[in-house]
Design a protein around this ligand. Sequence first.
Ligand code: PLP
Length: 509
Amino acid sequence: MPGPTSTTSSVKTQELIHGHILHWLRQQPGNDIESIDYDDSLFDMGVDSMGVAEITANIETDTNKTLIPEEVYELETINELAAYVDRLRPNKARNNGAAPAPTVLDAASDPLVANENPLEHYARLNRRVNNLKEQDLYFFEPVISDHDDAWVVIEGKRMLMLGSYEYLGLLGHPHLKDTAIAAIEKFGTGHHGVRLLAGTTTVHMELEARLAKFMRSEAAIVYSSGFVTNLATISALVGPGNCVIGDVWNHASIIDGCKMSGAEFYEFEHNNIDSLAEKLELSDGRRTLVVVDAVFSMDGDIINLPPVIELCKKYNALLMVDEAHSLGVLGKTGHGIQEHFDLDDDVIDVKMGTLSKTLAGCGGFVAGKEEIVTYLRHHARGYIFSGALPSGQASVAIAALDVLEQHPELVAKLKANQDQFLAGLKALGFDTAKSVTPIVPVMTKTNDITLAMTQLCRAEGLLVIPVCYPAVPMDAPRLRTCVSAIHSPEDIDFALEVMGRAGKQTGVI
Ligand SMILES: Cc1ncc(COP(=O)(O)O)c(C=O)c1O
């Protein structure tokens, strides 16, 4: 029987992988397998995509190497897998256990194969994308050619949008469009440069005043994107010698900002206050920033903020909350997490938000005390060295705030839609994880099922978004769905019908 060999890979790696595969196979119900050969096909052994995910994760832990899923799928035998693992370079030491920032499709960090030509390297990383395209299973960047309310047209097909972060349905609102057009007529399409030099207009000043008031803060600063807001703000507030602590499920822009800051970076277990306390203990009197999402963008659950606030006070840590998915969503009038928990105005030191979701435009902001905002204006590099948000875009956010303030019933409508959708999915038997907001993950068990469900839904005119590793943990692939205030009850019934059929056909329910 073919066993480990030392020709193509080390016997140690072969045996390690053999052990993990045998262990996984024996855990499968009804599988009393005694032995496997090193040259048997993994597929014939019954290693499915769940198995590949679990075995890969174990190999990564044991070897401190990062395997690329699309490459692992192409390897047929234990010996081939071992040879592949041996060719990878070990990862650099991680920063206090903080996870690397994931990219969309390929593995998190860059396991350069020794002496590989850079172009071959990128081509290798593109292989999974190309495979998906060949099989008609590439669902990223669907191109929208038209839209009307909750419906979009993609490749000539009209589809119900169930993956938008545009929570209140303001994207086509006449007040927003008219305000933007008026600002473009007055100030032109772009800007005269960065904000501190020649880029600031009266529209920026008005927007910052409006945001400060809306967020019940002393002042606000607007950046050209939400992503840049997190990078620039976090890396300005803390640096080498300080500490930054974040929930492990925080958005990538927060994680990247924490890493970029050069501060000691700790992650605490998701929404776990004891774990946060442990990390704060490690801060040991250093200046410390705690950063959390208000609503987690992949799972739709809410941070349990009151005890986080108490701990930050106890340890004299600054608290920053990302309100990307809570503004316009949480609280009776959509003022976000502060209203949701009925908090005092100044318990959150740094209130970060984006203009690209509920506010139906583009850009990001921070609201807080005057000292913090003035400091950021003169120290946040992504503000100082990046062109101003164009006035047309800044004016969209002002108009969206007008609508939100004048029509709190939109927030109630969003909540009603969320309740209808979540209850409908649960009645059908879907697992919606921890969702309590308009972001609803529909758990799909395996990557293959996720893609199959996406395909079935889209064929019936329902635009859902597949999310697999590394954007979410390997064992938690899902369709990420979002409802909006613009959906009608009939739209939601349609979505439920289509998802119900696709769920049954793929065995999810
Ligand atoms: C929680 C969170 N923060 C920040 C961002 C970045 O915002 P933007 O897309 O406006 O750059 C996102 C984007 O999806 C997000 O989900």
